[in-house]
Write a protein that binds this ligand. Structure first.
Ligand SMILES: Cc1cc2nc3c(=O)[nH]c(=O)nc-3n(C[C@H](O)[C@H](O)[C@H](O)COP(=O)(O)O)c2cc1C
Length: 294
């Protein structure tokens, strides 16, 4: 398979081109405690919204992800799934953010938002970057047709739920402005694992979108976030939190829920190191000027 234009590679290269300026003077013990929508967690490093784990990794994989996130005291983001799967994850007691597909059947989105509310999720969201298939026609996932969202529809979804509604798949100031205007309560900057080639690395657009939202709503980043150092770069540049996807699939394969927990805890320790070494010793002290482009 050709690697030309591969957005994961381009994103990885971009993250690696960002260097960290050390600032030891007046630094202190790092504390990555993370408050999101009124609840506090031990880390801003969360799971990415994964799906279809059972055919890939076995029947227990979704629960391993949930239990691993819970053991690491962080948030479980989860993707497309039937109601019984979502319910079983919710029963673990993990705090959960469910990302709902941009179903062409809009009633299905309203219904899923209602269920998310009943299950007391921390938040819900929609991945706006999955309406189209590889040839640009409407996508069809397991018999469900997808369709792009309009700003007006998004405003309706936001109004319909008491949960904070997050939009996943934003990579432009233009989309960020429209989501903000529609009442979104969070944005995930993401190209969704190379959905389009030559996507702008999320960290490259993060500063301008952070300036736009100026702390009004939290920004999240995924794609190629693998270590605590990667997470730190995103946080310093204005993200409230980050999500890790494919590396946690490897962790499930190796050691189930314990593998997920250990991966997340290790990344959190790496994050603490970067925080201590830069004087950004809590999440309020994050400072974009510690990041320099190679
Ligand atoms: C197997 C798999 C399933 C995914 N399912 C969803 C999904 O249902 N909804 C969604 O918004 N993103 C989904 N994603 C995208 C991830 O949430 C994430 O954006 C992407 O994997 C980039 O993060 P990573 O580089 O850490 O893997 C999926 C990714 C993978 C690998």
């Amino acid at each position: 398979m050709s690697d030309i234009g591969n957005s994961n590679r381009i994103t990885r290269e971009y993250i690696d081109s960002l260097l960290i300026e050390t600032r030891y003077m007046d630094s202190a013990n790092p504390d990555p405690a993370f408050t999101l929508y009124g609840e506090t967690f031990s880390s801003p490093i969360m799971t990415a919204a994964l799906s279809h784990l059972k055919p890939r990794l076995g029947e227990d994989a979704p629960l391993a992800l949930a239990n691993g996130a819970k053991a690491a005291d962080t948030v479980l983001w989860y993707g497309m799934a039937e109601e019984d799967e979502i319910e079983s994850l919710s029963k673990t007691g993990v705090r959960m953010i469910e990302i709902i597909k941009p179903y062409a059947d809009r009633d299905l989105i309203f219904k899923k938002l209602e269920t998310a509310e009943k299950l007391h999720h921390l938040a819900a969201g929609i991945d706006i970057d999955h309406p189209f298939a590889e040839d640009g026609s409407p996508d069809d996932i397991e018999g469900f047709k997808m369709a792009p969202l309009s700003t007006a529809e998004l405003a309706e979804f936001c109004k319909s739920t008491k949960l904070p509604l997050i939009i996943k798949g934003v990579l432009s100031l233009r989309d960020a402005e429209r989501c903000l205007a529609a009442g979104a309560k969070g944005l995930v900057l993401s190209h969704h694992n190379n959905r389009i080639e030559y996507a702008i690395p999320p960290l490259a657009v993060l500063p301008e979108i952070a300036e736009l939202v100026s702390g009004e709503i939290p920004l999240f980043v995924d794609c190629e976030i693998k270590t605590g150092m990667d997470a730190f770069k995103a946080l310093a540049l204005g993200a409230a939190g980050v999500c890790i996807g494919r590396p946690l699939m490897g962790a499930i394969r190796e050691n189930g829920a314990d593998g997920v927990r250990d991966y997340l805890l290790k990344a959190n320790n790496e994050l603490k190191k970067a925080m201590a070494y830069t004087g950004c010793y809590n999440l309020k002290k994050m400072d974009p000027t510690v990041i320099r482009r190679l």
